[in-house]
Each structure stands twice: as structure tokens, then as C-alpha cells.
Write a new protein. Structure first.
Length: 465
């Protein structure tokens, strides 16, 4: 359907115009892929790094003398209207451009929230690649989109978008979704990882890092487990699934294990309830050995058939099933970040449909948790840094305990010591100057430091050390 509509656009001499904000690893892949998609074009790219900007336009196939550099909105609008590609170092100009879709891919939480909000208010569809921002304020951004009759969505190709498509498929056919999630590959020492050693832990060469312009903090958040927790929070807020417990179980598991593991304990599984987000670690309990049949780069949905005949079909057609044959696993051993994202932009522009849009009421949040014993006066450095990591928590519990969301755990100082493995609370840190994230969270009902001052909080949460 999407492909046919895009080809018809191309035949009519029309194209879906896209502006990409952030031309790093993910954004560059989106741009390169759109270059080969009929009926779409990249009208503008914004990145404060001129090297990223030049490399992105080169990947798209635009010669340097074709690109119009613009530092004011007037010339930028004129160039886009005339069909000339525009390069911006000021991302805040992008939402005002006469384009159909903004793809936000900076990876910077507060910048993402600011750009997404502005774009939606200017009546642009938004594909938000910065899942850190979505996990924190996606429900509010979705509300702003509805108010302005535009689409706000997560990106196809990234795990939350890919898994949501699978969940929707299963629910549309009447299957019960017991669990949905992604694979991980987390070794025993990874929780305490630092950005300086992130690329070495992956075995990436200096040449690869330079060629793909990789971000050390982002890759550290992949390896210390933060990114997968954030992505499952985003998935929970889209699907209505919840974490079975704070931080989820994340058992060592291959494809053959999923149908049996992600069932209720009463049925031989590990879950206390059905309808959850989960992770399957590719590393065995010894912290070193790889699990057979691992899906570290893959995604999965565990489903139950309500009819005995359909349950027979699950195994007959090759699905991995539980011991009693009633539960099966849908999975993909891969996800294609950036490569599949143009589908989300096209879907929004052509059909007004979101790949994955958060529900009005959030289901989960991401708690900032101390990676080590932290002294009073320590300045927190956010996800992917050295001081904190992120763990998923149900939204209501996070509010009742006054937990500081990971999105706000940057450039704030502790006013009391926090032990390794403790969830950091608003009461533990000095209030920060309010940014877009703070404003949007207040609109979502998170009073932050004001709630701490006005009411008693439940005891702190602790996570495995």
C-alpha cells in the first residue's frame, strides 16, 4: 500500500518532502535510504556539526554547490519552496520549513522534545527517532499532535516501532499477547561501563567509529542496558503492555526458550502476569557464554491462540512453541535502524497513520539508577554516562516514589549520597533549570520537585547490583 502510493506520487511529479534533524549514525541512514525511495525527497538537513551535514548530503547524492546553506528562516523557506536542498546548522529553524514530515534524530533528549513540539505546533508530521525523549514525554507530544491534526510517531526500523507492528498484527487476529520485546547482549561487567571503553567492548575499530561518526555515550547506553530499558518503556506506552517487575526479568534466552519462559509461573514460566514488555539476553548465566539461538539484534512477540486448532497451526507452520503447544513466538532476527524509517514518514504523510504512537496515559517511565556509590555533590551525567543507568518502572509507581526520570538526570547535583543500585529520587537532587522536558512532564502530571515538597513518598526502589 505504501509503495504503491509513493510510486503514484512519483508518477504525478509529486514527492513527500522530509526534513531530517540530526545527521549522525541513524539520521544518515534515513537520508541515504530516502535517496532511493520513489515519491520522497530530503528537502532539508539540520545538524550543528558541519562535517555531519556535508557527509549527509554526500550520502544523499547532492553536490556541495547544490545545497543552500541557510542561517535564517526566510532564505531556507525560499530554497525549499524552489525545490533546492537546504543545509541548516540551527535545528530550531527546521519546524518552520514547508515540508510534510520532520524526522528528529539528534539523540539529545531536550533538543528532541523542543524540535518535536515546535514541529507539531507548526502542523508538521513528526517521526521521533530519539526514543529517550519519547519515553519521557511521548504521551504529551502525541496529545499535541492530536490537537493539531498531525501524526506523531516512533520510527519503523527501531525496535519499538518494529515490535508494535508485530503486536498489532497479533492482536488484529485475536491472539493474546503474553510478552513482547527485544533481544540484548549484556555481559556481567557491562552495567558499570563508561563511554571511554564503549567502542572497545563492541570491538569497533577507530576507522569504523570515524566513518560512521558513532557516539560513544549512545553506544555505552546500548551496552550498559539503559537503551533497551528506554525502548521497552516506549513500547509499553504505545501498546499498553507493562513491565512485570521494575527493570524486567531479562533472562538468558534463545528463540527456542521464549515461548516457555514468558508465561505465567503457574504454567512453568517466569512471569507474574501476562501482557508485559521483556528482554531476552544473549549472554548465559555465567556472564560470558553466548546463548544458543540468541536474538541480540532481533525482536519478538509471544502469543497464545484461543482455539486448539489454531494452536496446532502455530507449530505446524514452523513457529517455536511452548511445551504444551498453546504458546508461540513471532520473531525477527534483525531490525534495520534508519533503513525502514522512510516507511514511517510516508505512512504519516500519505495516510495520517502512525507506526507507533504513545497512548494518552503513560504506562511506564525510566528511572535514573546509580551505577556506583555516589557521594553528595556528584553531578549526574545522564544515560550512557558514568553515574546513572536507566530501568523501566510502571508510571504510577514512579510517581508514588518520587523517582527522578532518567531524562532529567543530567547536569543536576546530588544533595545526599546514593548507593549503587538505588533509584535516584527528586528529593536526592537539587532542582534544575526547567527545559522543554520539564515543562511537558508537568503537563503529563509529573509535578517533580513540587510533589516532593507537598507530599510523602513511598520508600526507595533498589535494583540488582
Amino acid at each position: 500500500m505504501i509503495g504503491a502510493a509513493l510510486r503514484a506520487m512519483e508518477a504525478d511529479g509529486k514527492r513527500v518532502k522530509v526534513a531530517v534533524v540530526g545527521a549522525g549514525r541513524f539520521g544518515a541512514s534515513v537520508i541515504a535510504q530516502i535517496a532511493g525511495v520513489p515519491g520522497m525527497e530530503v528537502a532539508a538537513i539540520a545538524d550543528r556539526n558541519p562535517v555531519n551535514l556535508a557527509a549527509a548530503w554526500e550520502a544523499y547524492g547532492a553536490a556541495p554547490d547544490e545545497v543552500v546553506p541557510a542561517d535564517a528562516i526566510g532564505p531556507a523557506v525560499d530554497a525549499v519552496t524552489a525545490g533546492r536542498p537546504v543545509g541548516l546548522e540551527d535545528a530550531d529553524l527546521a519546524p518552520e520549513l514547508p515540508v510534510d514530515v520532520i524526522v528528529e534524530a539528534t539523540g539529545v533528549t531536550d533538543v528532541s522534545a523542543r524540535i518535536c513540539r515546535a514541529a507539531l505546533e507548526f502542523g508538521r508530521h513528526v517521526v521521533n527517532v530519539t526514543v529517550e525523549a519519547d519515553a519521557a514525554v511521548g504521551a504529551r507530544l502525541a496529545g499535541i499532535a492530536r490537537r493539531n491534526s498531525v501524526v506523531y510517531t516512533l520510527a519503523d526500523g527501531d525496535q519499538p516501532g518494529v515490535v508494535n507492528r508485530m503486536v498489532e498484527w497479533a492482536r488484529s487476529l485475536g491472539f493474546s499477547v503474553l510478552a513482547a520485546g527485544r533481544g540484548t547482549k549484556r555481559y556481567a561487567a557491562d552495567r558499570e561501563g563508561s563511554p571511554e571503553e564503549a567502542f572497545a567492548r563492541y570491538g569497533y575499530s577507530d576507522e569504523l567509529v570515524a566513518h560512521r561518526r558513532l557516539n560513544a555515550r549512545m553506544y555505552n547506553s546500548f551496552r550498559d542496558g539503559t537503551k533497551s530499558q528506554i525502548e521497552m518503556c516506549a513500547l509499553a506506552n504505545v501498546t499498553g503492555l507493562v513491565p512485570d517487575r521494575p527493570g524486567m526479568h531479562e533472562p538468558p534466552a534463545g528463540v527456542d526458550d521464549l515461548a516457555q519462559l514468558f508465561r505465567l509461573r503457574a504454567h512453568g514460566g517466569i512471569l507474574g502476569r501476562e501482557g508485559v514488555v521483556e528482554l531476552a539476553n544473549a549472554v548465559a548465566d555465567d556472564g560470558e557464554t553466548d546463548v544458543a539461538g540468541e536474538i541480540a539484534n532481533g525482536v519478538f512477540v509471544v502469543v497464545r491462540a484461543s482455539h486448539a486448532l489454531i494452536a496446532e497451526d502455530l507449530s505446524f507452520y514452523g513457529l517455536k512453541v511452548s511445551e504444551d503447544g498453546r504458546v508461540g513466538v513471532l520473531y525477527r532476527p534483525y531490525h534495520l535502524c534508519g533503513v525502514e524509517t522512510p516507511l514511517s514518514a510516508a505512512e504519516a504523510a500519505l495516510f495520517g497513520h502512525a507506526t507507533a504512537c504513545p497512548r494518552e496515559e503513560p504506562m511506564a517511565d525510566v528511572a535514573a539508577v546509580a551505577k556506583q556509590d555516589l557521594a553528595e555533590g556528584t553531578q549526574l551525567d545522564g544515560g550512557g554516562g558514568e553515574t546513572v543507568s536507566g530501568y523501566i518502572v510502571e508510571w504510577g509507581e514512579a510517581r508514588a516514589r518520587g523517582i527522578l526520570p532518567l531524562a532529567l538526570a543530567e547536569a543536576v547535583k546530588l544533595i545526599r549520597p546514593v548507593q549503587r543500585g538505588e533509584a535516584i529520587c527528586y528529593a536526592d537532587v537539587r532542582p534544575r533549570n526547567a527545559g522543554t522536558i520539564d515543562e511537558l512532564r508537568r503537563e503529563m502530571g509529573d509535578g517533580g520537585w513540587e510533589d516532593v515538597e507537598n507530599g510523602a513518598m513511598l520508600p526507595k526502589l533498589e535494583f540488582p547490583k
